[in-house]
Design a protein around this ligand. Sequence first.
Ligand SMILES: [Zn+2]
Ligand SMILES: [Zn+2]
Length: 362
Amino acid sequence: MSMDVTFLGTGAAYPSPTRGASALVLRCEGECWLFDCGEGTQTQLMKSQLKAGRITKIFITHLHGDHFFGLPGLLCTISLQSSSTGAKQPVHIYGPVGLRDFLQRTMELSHTELVFPYVVHELVPTADQCPADEQAGITHEERTGCRPGADQGRTIHLDTEEDAYLLVDEEQFVVKAFRLFHRIPSFGFSVIEKRPGKLNAQKLKDLGVPPGPAYGKLKNGISVVLENGVTISPQDVLKKPVVGRKICILGDCAGVVGDGGVELCLEADLLIHEATLDDTQMDKAKERGHSTPQMAAAFANRCQAKRLVLTHFSQRYKPVTLAKEGESDGTAELKKQAESMFEHQEVTLAEDFMVISLPIKK
Ligand SMILES: [Zn+2]
Ligand SMILES: [Zn+2]
């Protein structure tokens, strides 16, 4: 199965001609999952190779405008472009408490009727995800007040045993969220591919399954009927599923809260972390609930990530490819700062429209 990540917006605070506001797409075999949807994401999508109509799930890290002000507009455009006759599957949207209310009110005030259903699943943060003076209302009922459950969406609380939120558990993927510290509660998402376990040779022999095409079918999750009429199910002969590719996307943060983040990002193939300011401004970054390259690299080290991608740069850092010759440019410095700390592998600075492929693990 092909998998890739396309960065649609890599800038902090607001969209500019050189860096869009936060958004990226994880594409798996043509299906698109959008992570954050800053203002202007729909035009960034149009400039990319991706199709907005292929978006089936949307994940919002936190409720700062540069991460979700593009959402109502994007949904309206997808609706305009969808045929009103063909039944489109619902779009599932995951984000902090308050997101359902925001979308319902926006749609009501603008008298918008989407031709497809959308379902909002809200994550309830914990108070320690932001400074004390910002905590008013973050987990409060008033934020869920607008027709709770009208769209069948779930309210998801922290699983305290795992220190995580279970969002999606499908045949091929599990998606879990973990807690981050920011000016307002923010979340990271871990997308973990499930790969079927290997065939158990001894069990196949014991059950009398002849080598050949039956092995392939069972490995692919299909039952087979033996000549003697006995049905063999995949679970009879497969070992436990193994972890496939792992992609972790963190929202704005000055650090993780609890142990869930490190656990869920352990040995990530791709760790996408914000680095709003460079290391010389670490105090300012922390005060604003943000990270620097070294802070991102320190987290990547803790979870032994294989590849670190930095994004969400202050608009002062222009993309390296756009830097004019001889121009002093702090952007390349960000990569050096992260690399001086990251003991494992590559550090990449994200730019708008950059695509990173994730090959199947051997
Ligand atoms: Zn931001
Ligand atoms: Zn933010």
